[in-house]
Design a protein around this ligand. Sequence first.
Ligand code: IMP
Length: 193
Amino acid sequence: MKQQLVLATGNLGKLREFRAMLPSFEILSPKDLRMDFDVEETGSTFYENALIKAKALFELCGKPAVADDSGLCVKALGGAPGVFSARYSGGNDRDNMIKLLKALSGKSDRTAYFESCIVYYDGKRAVESTGRTFGRITDEIIGDGGFGYDPIFLSDDLSKTFGQATEAEKNGVSHRYRALVGLREKLGLDNEP
Ligand code: IMP
């Protein structure tokens, strides 16, 4: 029987990605366990927030838990919006992109990266893995795929915006994918299917 692992999300895309990358676990969402999970992300780094969520979820359900925290870091803005990526403008994804394009107006250095920090916590040990994917912020919104800042992030790996990429293309180079590759290694799962 597979060991159960609870993922701190209700997002089906994330659940799919984690299930594909960690096939030796049965990955459950809090909803699968009929639990309401909501915790305030008070940390000042992706790692702190992921650890807060993984520990809180472990306390809630008593099973090994994983949580991730991610966001966009823009060099010319000193790493902003960073941990505030989801709440940058106080509005929706489009408002966030427009605020970021305005903040970068006239700036020549548009380099940026997405970062994802994933933490596994089972009551005894915390295992952390961070992944990054690099690119540049475009001058305008290009493409309508993905979510968040995808349509203004021109990927170095794909030479198009994440908003123009297919889900499979993005998943092969994404910050979360890279963090998951690292987590597999650190949990010693690399010799498993
Ligand atoms: P969360 O860690 O999934 O809650 O993501 C935090 C925020 O970072 C999201 O709401 C997005 O604004 C941004 N973000 C994280 N990953 C991505 C991505 O792959 N594409 C676009 N935006 C992202």
